[in-house]
Design a protein around this ligand. Structure first.
Ligand code: THU
Length: 141
């Protein structure tokens, strides 16, 4: 496992943003605080935390909150994602978040991290191969 300090300045910047967002996690049901931060192709950073709901299915993961903030502000190409929890090993993005990253990803790098600075980095395509993407719909006959 790598340490966050050994990764690029840009990635460490995302880690700090994800860690602060995690503090704002609304997770009274699972008690699992998750934070995420993403970088978009124009260099902007957006962060998010998981937001749970008493109707459990309405819960939104940290990654999707960050992505929704970015897309709704006009930044729809994601190049890098950092997820942080207090877990060992760090948590990877769930399947639903992977599908959403597939929609907006642009050669995306994903880093799973935790509060003690463990970090594992993946090319998104390696953790979500053969994704269903906008290309499939847009190229239909
Ligand atoms: N969660 C995330 O925020 N991101 C993930 O990729 C995995 C799960 C949240 C959802 C829920 O609030 C809690 O973690 C437990 O599943």
């Amino acid at each position: 496992m790598q340490k966050i300090q050994s990764l690029s300045k840009q990635t460490q910047e995302l880690y700090i943003a994800a860690k602060s967002a995690r503090e704002r996690s609304y997770s009274p049901y699972s008690s699992h605080k998750v934070g995420a931060a993403i970088r978009t192709s124009d260099g902007k950073i957006f962060s998010g935390c998981n937001i749970e709901n008493s109707s459990y299915g309405a819960t939104v993961c940290a990654e999707r909150v960050a992505i929704q903030k970015a897309v709704s502000e006009g930044h729809a190409k994601i190049t890098e994602v950092v997820v942080i929890t207090d877990s060992n090993p760090p948590w990877p993005p769930c399947g639903m978040c992977r599908q959403v990253i597939a929609e907006f990803g642009d050669n995306t790098l994903v880093h799973t991290t935790n509060l003690v600075g463990d970090a594992e980095s993946f090319k998104f395509a390696d953790i979500f191969p053969r994704a269903f993407t906008p290309d499939h719909l847009l190229s239909r006959r």
